[in-house]
Write a protein that binds this ligand. Structure first.
Ligand code: B12
Ligand code: SF4
Length: 566
């Protein structure tokens, strides 16, 4: 079977699609993989779409992957292909998993959930001209009649038809000879240079799948409800992880950081982490970045082992410190546990860059709740970076149901599918989170007393709050200079392009910016041009910009940039 798979995300780190492709190739199918990198709020040009039509000619099946925000682009691609060909179009990924029915208004078929077994069974049956409308985990649109075949047991569980262990899943397809990528308006053949440029030195993989907590805004909330009797977390063996990473080292020599992007990595047992760290250090030896550090699962022992193995960056969800919000989100930890986890990470501040996620714009959070979170954050040891996201009620989650019931969602398409996740509303308190983040990155922070004054009702009543905030913003370059001068070791980790040592060895690595995945360099796109975000040049006053420029000049003139740049 000739199968074209289309990834419409803005980066080439599409683990799901690469794995689906590897499974199909392993089963003997002829697969072309397209990376049509695009931010979800931009559409493809007519030239790009015509290119795609040419390149998908002769396909027997086309698969498209999408998350909710990529809805419009999935429709654009589907309609273009539909206007030219009559091959079946299959949608898979997070959004089709939670809303299969509406997807069938556009696609001919939908794959629900993890699709490694499903896609191979479907493709084999299609190739053998067998009846395939009975494939489990699939929904079909048969001339207007929708056929729903339920869910399939998750790969890596004992009820799975074939893949009873995650170790049976082939590694991601990085064979670029059958890959294509959108560059400008044209879709061109991928080559090693482009992979190198787009990978930005990072290789993403997943030692585990799933998370048992099911916070009410997260996809795991939905997945747990869909698979109530299955193990919520599935793990790969250390042997299997090592095999994959050794292959990466030999086939992708430009990779210089490994990212474990699991939802709940620290649910690996101490023994598993001991073995993984030991072998990782001996056999892989690349800097390591781990997300999915849920505060309640992080322990000193696990962390120390990983730091010794080469951990250079960690990301953990805090989301909110307010009791009311944590209850609504069903967060599985106390503020004390978060603080302990942050302090644990901070002990390794000279080697490990810390990132914490915060969710803003919850309609159920009051100004008092936000103030509670700001006060909590201001007490934490620096440096760290805050990734500030705007709450989105993704369908299938409990908060979607709650928001819908309360009439907070008028129109799913505009209020959810097209909502920009970094575009938190421009309120005074929201801006304080961004200001705080600027200060925490440079190892200074904003002290609880200052935060208390900034957030106190009286300050607002006296109309002093904005004035004070502007002063703190304006003097930031000075404090950045102080922070970086007096805390050069930890703060250099937060600047992209610095060469630093990692682990306990003499080896070095180049530090990265906040987002390794988006490709402004390659693609020439910058969301800040389209949204007036806090921190963007549009929302910064002329005076502050001038002041920052002047201090930057002084900073550079004084030659205080002691860290070597590549
Ligand atoms: C890694 C990751 C990213 C990476 C890479 C994305 C990628 N495509 O791989 C990056 C950092 C780029 C990213 C970005 C975003 N992400 Co993200 N991300 C994840 C994460 C943590 C893991 C995804 C993953 O690889 N899972 C493992 C694989 C095995 O699962 P999978 O990708 O779903 O693929 C399987 C199936 O879905 C299916 N499948 C997938 N595609 C197809 C296609 C076909 C044809 C078939 C048959 C099957 C199939 O088979 C695959 C193999 O089993 C998930 C959380 C999660 N647990 O999934 C969030 C998640 C997918 N992200 C999410 C979101 C919202 C985003 C953003 C839109 C916004 C944000 N706040 O981060 C941005 C968008 C970026 C942008 N600039 O526009 C949400 C999606 C919710 C939704 N309803 O759409 C998730 C679920 C997290 C959450 N909030 O719960 N993300
Ligand atoms: S702990 Fe993280 S990954 Fe797990 S359900 Fe909560 S938000 Fe999702």
């Amino acid at each position: 079977m000739k199968i074209s798979l289309i990834s419409i995300f803005p980066g080439i780190h599409d683990y799901g699609m690469r794995t689906i492709s590897a499974c199909l190739k392993q089963a003997g199918h002829d697969v072309k993989l397209f990376f049509l990198l695009k931010e979800f709020y931009k559409r493809y040009s007519e030239t790009a779409m015509n290119n795609l039509v040419k390149l998908t000619k002769g396909s027997d099946l086309v698969g498209i992957t999408l998350m909710t925000n990529f809805w419009d682009n999935a429709i654009q691609v589907t309609q273009k292909l539909r206007d030219n060909y009559d091959f079946p179009i299959l949608w898979g990924g997070i959004h089709p998993t939670i809303r299969p029915e509406e997807c069938l208004d556009y696609a001919d078929m939908v794959c629900i959930g993890e699709g490694e077994e499903t896609i191979v069974e479907l493709a084999d049956k299609m190739q053998n001209k067998q009846y395939y409308y009975d494939v489990k985990g699939m929904w079909f649109n048969d001339k207007g009649k929708k056929i729903a075949n339920g869910t399939r047991a998750l790969p890596g569980t004992k009820n799975a038809a074939r893949i009873k262990s995650l170790d049976q899943i082939p590694f991601q397809d990085f064979d670029y000879r059958s890959h294509f990528i959108l560059k400008g308006d044209n879709i061109i053949k991928m080559d090693e240079k482009i992979v190198e440029q787009c990978a930005d030195g990072t290789y993403q993989t997943f030692p585990t799948r799933g998370c048992p907590f099911g916070c009410t805004f997260c996809i795991n909330n939905t997945i747990l409800a869909m698979h109530p009797h299955q193990k919520p977390i599935r793990k790969r063996s250390v042997d299997n992880i090592m095999m994959e990473l050794q292959e990466v080292k030999s086939k992708l020599p430009f990779i210089d950081i490994i990212l474990f992007n699991d939802d709940a990595f620290f649910l690996m047992s101490l023994d598993e982490i001991k073995e993984l760290s030991k072998r990782y250090k001996e056999q892989i030896g690349l800097p390591l970045y781990i997300t999915g550090a849920t505060p309640a699962t992080l322990t000193k022992e696990k962390l120390s082992l990983l730091v010794d193995a080469g951990l250079v960056e960690i990301r953990m969800g805090i989301q909110s410190a307010a009791e009311r919000a944590k209850k609504i989100y069903k967060r599985p930890h106390t503020d004390q546990q978060v603080e302990n986890a942050v302090r644990m990470v901070n002990k390794h501040r000279n080697q490990v860059k810390a990132g914490y996620d915060i969710i803003l714009d919850s309609p159920w959070e009051t100004d008092e709740d936000l103030t509670e979170t700001l006060m909590f954050l201001s007490k934490l040891p620096t440096p760290f970076i805050l990734t500030i996201l705007s709450l989105i009620f993704y369908p299938g989650t409990d908060i979607y149901t709650k928001a819908k019931k309360e009439g907070l969602i008028k129109d799913d398409l505009n209020d959810i599918y097209r909502k920009y996740y970094h575009g938190s509303s421009n309120t005074y308190l929201n801006k304080l989170f961004f200001l705080l983040s600027d200060y925490t990155i440079v190892g200074i922070g904003i002290s609880p007393i200052i935060m208390f004054i900034l957030t106190h009702k009286m300050t607002k009543k006296l109309y002093l709050h904005k004035f004070l905030r502007n002063i703190i913003r304006a003097v930031f370059p000075f404090f950045r200079y102080i922070g970086r001068t007096f805390r050069p070791l930890p703060t250099r980790l937060y600047e992209a392009g610095n060469i630093v040592k990692f682990g306990d060895s003499k080896r070095t690595y180049r530090t990265y910016g906040q987002s390794n995945f988006n490709l402004p360099k390659f693609h020439g796109e910058n969301p800040k041009e389209h949204f007036d975000l806090p921190g963007s040049s549009k929302s910064t006053s002329w005076l502050v910009r001038k002041f920052r420029k002047l201090s930057k000049m002084i900073y550079e003139l004084k030659g205080m940039d002691i860290i070597k740049k590549k």
